[in-house]
Design a protein around this ligand. Structure first.
Ligand SMILES: NC(=O)c1ccc[n+]([C@@H]2O[C@H](COP(=O)([O-])OP(=O)(O)OC[C@H]3O[C@@H](n4cnc5c(N)ncnc54)[C@H](O)[C@@H]3O)[C@@H](O)[C@H]2O)c1
Ligand SMILES: [Zn+2]
Ligand SMILES: [Zn+2]
Length: 397
């Protein structure tokens, strides 16, 4: 089968690799119809996670079951399914509590496994034609329709991006009437904005500096904030203040609450330094959000902070540390949530919202390309150039 194989920093090849096959009785084999590229893949692509030579990349597949292991009970050949990035068993201490991204069985000796990801188990990546799905009864989410139908791009996002966007709003406890600021208008930030609005947020601000992404944010109903225009914290405070004042006085002493109720970091360790966007400043967004979130507000961090970054920006980061304004966060009673998305916790409900026509996450997909074009797609996506926001690879084109 053809697959996208990592051969070095920013170097991918389309290669023939050994076909995936059933290895345990609880496995199924899935033929992939769509496989998405994620911001997380860029950390590997750029070599920030170390050597990955010869490995297949990717962790967001949608497809049809081709072969079923003898111990699988609920999945049949021909079922259309999506599987979560974080491979779960369904029966361990963490899985039964809904914390599937910390499964204890699928990557023995650690908490959490994933496809095509260094340090998260032996599972091959999914930017290919066939994938082995372990513990198929727990992982396969059955879907209606046919490959290539109008749901194809909505359903492929159930593997990771859509539940991650939703999880971000859970981490930040977004609720009816809340004002929300999201930093990073990639797929995760955009879907977090989409979910925040769906959950009843009164205002959602989206900060970035890539014009096509800000435009997409606006299309989804968020208020775009370009950090090149000026400090995004000041811009949001001013805009929010104007909105509140035009509504007339509500609470006495309200001026102190001139920021937002919820903040989301949808970028992680590769946050750009606003003073010079050619540089990284991993604590940029947490600093900004600490200045922006109101007393008693909530901060959700969905952007990844990788362990053992191969090109840390400084000594502190090299030690695996980050300088954050802890005193401000404490003084303001800010609740902080972070971590990997327990995709399995949400994907059934999100699937049903898609089927009911209430949500259409596929709106953020910018490109569908043949798998053979993965190397150039990665290049463009990595440069956040030419409107590359979310790319879906088609292994059959
Ligand atoms: N926690 C999880 O389970 C989980 C799941 C999926 C993805 N992720 C992570 O979420 C993050 C986002 O993923 P994505 O696919 O949307 O990536 P992406 O790289 O496409 O998007 C990041 C965006 O942040 C913007 N940005 C950079 N610095 C900024 C700054 N200082 N202020 C405002 N915007 C800034 C970039 O221009 C870019 O548009 C990545 O770190 C990814 O690894 C986490
Ligand atoms: Zn992903
Ligand atoms: Zn488990």
């Amino acid at each position: 089968m053809k697959a996208v194989v990592w051969r070095g920093e920013r170097e991918l090849n389309i290669e023939s690799v050994e076909d995936a096959r059933i290895e345990a009785p609880t496995d199924v084999l899935m033929r992939i119809t769509s496989s998405a590229i994620c911001g997380t893949d860029l950390h590997i692509y750029e070599g920030r996670m170390g050597d990955f030579n010869g490995n297949v990349i990717g962790h967001e597949p949608l497809g049809v079951v081709e072969e079923v292991g003898p111990a699988v009970v609920s999945i049949k050949k021909g079922d259309r399914v999506v599987v979560p990035t974080h491979i779960c068993c369904g029966f361990c201490y963490n899985c039964v509590r809904g914390d599937s991204a910390s499964c204890l069985i699928t990557h023995p000796g650690a908490a959490g496994a994933a496809y095509g990801y260094p340090g998260m188990g032996p599972y091959k990546g999914t930017q290919t034609e066939l994938v082995r799905v372990p513990f198929a009864d727990a992982n396969c989410l059955r879907l209606p329709g046919e490959p290539g139908d109008d749901w194809e791009h909505d359903f492929v996002l159930l593997a990771d991006a859509f539940p991650s966007g939703y999880h971000a709003t859970e981490l930040a406890h977004v609720s009816t009437g809340d004002s929300v600021a999201i930093f990073g208008a990639g797929a995760i930030g955009l879907l977090a904005a989409y979910c925040a609005l769906f959950r009843g947020a009164s205002e959602v601000y989206m900060v970035d500096y890539i014009p096509e992404r800000l435009k997409k944010a606006e299309e989804l109903g968020a208020i775009p904030i370009d950090f090149r225009v000026g400090d995004p914290v000041e811009q949001i405070r001013e805009m929010h203040g104007r909105q509140r004042k035009s509504a007339g006085p509500t609470w006495r002493g309200e001026d102190i609450m001139g920021g937002v109720d919820c903040g989301i970091d949808a970028i992680g360790f590769q946050a750009r330094d606003r003073a010079n966007p050619d540089r990284e400043k991993p604590n940029q967004v947490i600093e900004d959000l600490s200045r922006l979130i109101n007393p008693n507000g909530r901060l959700g961090i969905i952007g990844v902070f990788v362990p053992n970054d191969t090109r840390p920006v400084g000594e502190i980061e090299k030690q695996g540390n980050l300088v954050v304004p802890w005193q401000t966060l404490f003084k303001n009673n800010i609740s902080i949530g972070m971590g990997r998305d327990h995709d399995e916790r949400y994907n059934t409900q999100l699937r049903d919202m898609i089927i009911a026509g209430r949500l259409k996450p596929g709106r953020i997909v910018s490109h569908r390309l043949p798998l053979s074009q993965a190397p150039s797609a990665f290049q463009q996506f990595d440069a956040r150039a030419n409107g590359y926001i979310k790319v879906i690879l088609d292994p059959h084109q």
